[in-house]
Design a protein around this ligand. Structure first.
Ligand code: COA
Length: 331
């Protein structure tokens, strides 16, 4: 019999330092009204100078174990989704394995930018349903403030730091994963990049300073024209009417953009859950941060159908429909 997988627990962590729109007004030529009306963001969290991506990830997992009492010592695979790893090597996942005292676990970092967390969940489900693994930690963690250009008002208003984690376990009776869609439009990749060792992107020289560079208008156009179709394909692939989805949790990129996607995909805006207002765009951490917020607000109830949809750098996307069925919280 095929194995099945369930998301059993979740946790999150955000740094304590708050960067408000008013703070940004002192750094670049912008104002609160412009930022809120264009993006929905009021503030974001910024890590300390020496606070690394792995530190954020570690704290998110500790939050998970504190809340759900989950035993993670027998986790057999760790997937860290990040575009801001501490180092090219060692991986964040290997460090996390060591820091959490997990003895026997495979450990990989994956980078699908803002689609990272949903790709990570998809991989975890695939590894469990293949029969190879039984218990997997999926962590989305980002230190975007360390690669944000605070002289560029078109990007520095968007990004923040944070981490979120889910535990995915073998469960034949109550599987979480209903349907998936993955894809990529690599020809548009040059519209959103942060440089590494390459100096030419799709034939053109790029800024080599390692900071995020974005053509916001192009990314916006791509998102509102491509994603509604993909959202429909995802719900149709499991014969689910989009109106039967209880909650829509997309990557928190920009509230105005997400509302436009909802309109085009026929999703009731009251079903939209985001972490955009208080934590901004945290890339692969934004979906687990939204999950955490919605859990704190008692919005997510077991047996609800939830659509998660990650999208961004690549330009890549990954959507999932899941049945929400977490363990009971102990704290
Ligand atoms: N404060 C005030 N004015 C600003 C500004 C800021 N922070 N940033 C840009 N502007 C100005 C521009 O200079 C421009 O002025 P001009 O008309 O005099 O030239 C004007 O506002 C409009 O600029 P534009 O770039 O067209 O703004 P926009 O409406 O597209 O909003 C983004 C910019 C970045 C908010 C928007 O494009 C966006 O969110 N795109 C998607 C980005 C995203 O989500 N990326 C992550 C995907 S994972």
């Amino acid at each position: 019999m095929d194995s099945k997988a369930r998301i059993t627990a979740q946790g999150a962590y955000i740094p304590s330092t708050v960067l408000t729109n008013e703070d940004l007004e002192k750094i670049v030529d912008t104002d609160d009204e412009w930022i809120v009306s264009r993006t929905g963001i009021k503030e974001r969290r910024i890590s300390e100078k020496n606070e690394q991506t792995s530190d954020l990830a570690y704290r998110a997992v500790i939050d998970l174990t504190n809340k759900y009492g989950s035993n993670i010592k027998d986790v057999d695979f760790i997937i860290v989704c990040t575009l801001t790893p501490d180092f090219k090597t060692p991986s964040v996942s290997s460090y996390i394995q060591y820091k959490l005292g997990i003895e026997n676990a495979g450990a990989i970092d994956i980078n699908a930018a803002c689609a990272g967390f949903t790709y990570g969940l998809y991989l975890a489900n695939s590894l469990i349903t293949s029969g190879v693994n039984k218990k997997i930690l999926v962590i989305g963690t980002e230190n975007l403030s360390k690669i944000t250009d605070y002289t560029d008002r078109t990007t520095c208003i968007l990004f923040g730091d944070g981490a979120g984690a889910c535990l995915v376990e073998k469960d034949e009776e109550n599987p979480s994963f209903i349907s998936v869609i993955n894809g990529s439009n690599g020809s548009k990749g040059k519209n959103l990049y942060a440089s590494n060792i390459g100096s030419i992107l799709d034939g053109s020289p790029i800024d080599k300073n390692g900071l995020i560079k974005q053509n916001g208008r192009e990314v916006y156009k791509w998102a509102v024209s491509t994603l509604p179709k993909k959202i429909k394909e995802l719900s149709e692939s499991c014969d689910l009417n989009i109106r039967d989805i209880d909650w829509f949790i997309p990557h928190s990129a920009n509230l105005r953009m997400l509302e436009s996607i909802c309109e085009r995909a026929d999703i009731d805006k009251n079903k939209l859950l985001t972490s955009i207002r208080k934590t901004g765009n945290t890339s692969s951490a934004s979906i687990p941060l939204s999950i955490n917020l919605a859990t704190q607000e008692n919005k997510l109830i077991n047996n609800q159908k939830i659509m998660l949809f990650g999208f961004g750098g690549g330009l890549a996307y990954s959507g999932l429909i899941i049945n929400w069925n977490l363990d009971k919280k102990v704290n």
